[in-house]
Design a protein around this ligand. Sequence first.
Ligand SMILES: Nc1ncnc2c1ncn2[C@@H]1O[C@H](COP(=O)(O)OP(=O)(O)O)[C@@H](O)[C@H]1O
Ligand SMILES: [Mg+2]
Length: 356
Amino acid sequence: MNKLRVGLLFGGRSGEHEVSISSAKAIANALSAEENADKYEILPFYIQKDGLWQAGEVALEVLASGVSIHSQSANPQLWQFPPQTAEVDLWFPVLHGPNGEDGTIQGLLSLMQVPFVGSGVLGSATGMDKIGMKVAFAQAGLPQVKYKALTRAQVWSNPCVFPKLCDEIEASLGYPCFVKPANLGSSVGIAKVRSRSELEAALDNAASYDRRIIVEAGVVAREVECAVLGNDQPQASVIGEITFNSDFYDYETKYTQGKADLLIPAPLPEAIMQQIQEMALKAFTAIDASGLGRVDFFYVEATGEILINEINTFPGFTATSMYPQLWAHTGISFPELVHRLIQLALERHSDTQPKD
Ligand SMILES: Nc1ncnc2c1ncn2[C@@H]1O[C@H](COP(=O)(O)OP(=O)(O)O)[C@@H](O)[C@H]1O
Ligand SMILES: [Mg+2]
């Protein structure tokens, strides 16, 4: 039997470059394990931080060592793809954040007319943009925190307009509130603010990262997550919880060993778990996601409210990440999970071809 040649695409031009290498390493192990080894052949493609694509030995080396490398070419032709690109039967984009999880790579792969794992352009772009995502969630009737969408142009406007903008935020959202660039991830550029001066500084900082900015009312809540797998009939996993001692789940807490713990399954009443699963499936469909997604919620224990926070269309996928662990606890092993994702990609690809 001919093996399916899987183009493992990792690294990328986002702040989550290193996480992507770890995720790709775990996925490569799973593709080489058990029955998968007879079905799939891995062709690694490493995207450097400057955007240069590397295949063959260089990509294998990064995958094996887990260490990123920098461009060696004085004048890299960033837009040129290695010749091995033509040998790929199916792409597995293991990219987190901007330029990977946001529809850009998905557009390129759609143009190549080769099946790929995960959401297409619309699902990826909507899942990345916190404003677009919230509009889609609201349309689907999903409860979420109160928010205000802003642009960089508004934040960096005439000094007479800016104070009015801050007045409006204080009146409608109050303190504490969260200021976020709309398209980043990993909590980069996010600030929890408690005063006018903190609000002004956080807006200015968020505007330096993104043209689109969101400010949300802060809630005191437990943070729980649900994994989704499937295309048009998606399934939801058991629920997991993240616990930590810091002020919020910021960059340092996310990526420093020992600062946060994952509890699977989350200690929650059965009825709450079911409600979260239903909401996760609704959110997945609301943004037109496919393949996989991790949906994150705030559970306000005091009132019993469940508020959707966000969906990640390519969540962390290392051996210890929440997404594969949620499936492991639901009965789907890591190797089985990557196999299913590939099958879902093939199914989605045939669904998107013109029908006679
Ligand atoms: N409205 C909010 N109320 C309370 N905590 C929040 C709120 N928004 C964000 N946070 C905290 O900030 C973290 C990161 O925010 P999130 O929107 O999930 O950004 P990212 O996409 O970077 O993960 C959350 O996990 C949570 O700890
Ligand atoms: Mg988050």
